[in-house]
Ligand binder design. Sequence first.
Ligand SMILES: Cc1ncc(C[n+]2csc(CCOP(=O)(O)OP(=O)(O)O)c2C)c(N)n1
Ligand code: SF4
Length: 281
Amino acid sequence: MPEVGEDLKRYLRSEMMPTVWCPGCGHGNIARSIATALDRLEMDLGQVAILGGIGCSGRTPFYFNTNAMHTTHGRVLAFATGLKLANPRLTIIVAMGDGDALAIGAGHFVHAARRNIDLTVILYNNNIYGMTGGQQAPTTPFSFRSTTSPFGSIEPAFDAVDLALAAGATYVARTTTFDFAEMPEFISEAIRHPGFAMVEILSQCPTYFGRLNKLGDAPDMLEYERDHTIAAEGSTTQAVEITRQDLLGTLPVGVFRREIRPEYVHQYAALSRARGGNYGE
Ligand SMILES: Cc1ncc(C[n+]2csc(CCOP(=O)(O)OP(=O)(O)O)c2C)c(N)n1
Ligand code: SF4
């Protein structure tokens, strides 16, 4: 749990404040947890790069005193893969919206996970397209409203944890912006993990998702997250079935996989050495 008054200012670019995020937006809670994780791991900020796509979540790199890249919607993992291969020593954190990771960028997400490349994806899941005005996302739960589904979504929601597990991600976790202890803990563990790590964080968007679904303001939405998640380890399948059928269903949170298997850049370096090259030396 972050200490009250814990000084995280050195991780942030004060000249970029205030952020573009609306008051009460959960993306600010996540950014604070990333700063807490960097602090706990005593990271050399010159060796860290934070990348984002487009969207409210994609603004994250603007606010950190690390290397940064603001890329295109859905393609941030292609940029991150190139950067990691160009400089394998960098610790790369990728901020992705649910639309970014699970709609336009779903192909990149699946294949980065399959390759087990050493990247840390923080998936900001606010159940909606925030930046463009609250359109339906693949994560909008069945019967919930968005600006493009004013009578309620008739589609089941996509489950990021199930997708990451199926694609072969080697560290997979989910938590919520309600949980100020778990967020930095999972993010730290994901950064240390030597392979493709994904932490999905359910994040409140009071401006669109909250307002359109009458979920109240930010504190009410945090309580909603608390009341609609359960601690779970292992497969999410059963709980996902419940969620799809029942509006008041619960989503499991916790760590779903920790696995060590060959990492892509190491494999590439080994191949280079075997062929007489000196990649990575
Ligand atoms: C190729 C491309 N298509 C569409 C857009 C328009 N666009 C910008 S942000 C966005 C949605 C962002 O939603 P999400 O990724 O969930 O992030 P959030 O804003 O909710 O954090 C879209 C559709 C774009 N910038 N580029
Ligand atoms: S629109 Fe939603 S996700 Fe975007 S900054 Fe505002 S509250 Fe956050």
